[in-house]
Design a protein around this ligand. Structure first.
Ligand code: 4NP
Length: 167
């Protein structure tokens, strides 16, 4: 499997702005794919936000509802990315993959001196994605935006899962 450290575990962190919509969805989707393949002891999945506004909160009810339509639970609580911990090297138990949902998050991580060789956009793993590789922020939109967000997240996670398993 890809990049796993000495313990054979692959670690994946998803990053968005508030950590209540897009990245908790990605966390829930990938965690289900991992569980369905019987790999829960070999892949660790988490998510974090670049912002601090929603620390400790459960995901947005619209994100929970969109994921529930696909049998995906979103058990996370929002937290803010912690450079001291989240940018540590995989040899020290750091993340093998830091997966951003849009370009703002990539820029944020770069400004903080994050490990850019491990930072990728989620939709870059979706071979069908054309045009923008961003998952648009659904927060100020309608329920349909959350369904669209789910579809993009799922397609990206399918590609990411293949990369994790095959590399
Ligand atoms: P997320 O969505 O980054 O996908 O969790 C947002 C959640 C909250 C806000 C913006 C985006 N907000 O401005 O509070």
């Amino acid at each position: 499997m890809a990049h796993e450290g000495d313990d054979g575990v692959v670690r994946v962190l998803f990053v968005c702005l508030g950590n209540i919509c897009r990245s908790p969805m990605a966390e829930g989707v990938l965690a289900k794919m991992v569980a369905d393949q019987g790999m829960s002891d070999r892949v660790v999945v988490d998510s974090a936000g670049t912002g601090h506004w929603h620390i400790g909160k459960r995901p947005d009810p619209r994100a929970i509802a969109a994921a529930a339509k696909h049998g995906v639970e979103l058990p996370s609580r929002a937290r803010q990315i912690d450079p001291a911990k989240d940018y540590g090297s995989p040899e020290d138990g750091g993340w093998d993959y830091i997966i951003a949902l849009d370009e703002d998050h990539v820029r944020h991580i770069k400004r903080q001196g994050g490990p850019m060789e491990r930072v990728k956009l989620l939709r870059s793993f979706d071979p069908k994605a054309n045009g923008s590789l961003e998952v648009a922020d659904p927060y100020y939109g309608d329920d349909a935006g959350f369904d669209r967000c789910y579809e993009e997240v799922e397609a990206g996670c399918e590609g990411l899962m293949g990369t994790i398993v095959d590399d």
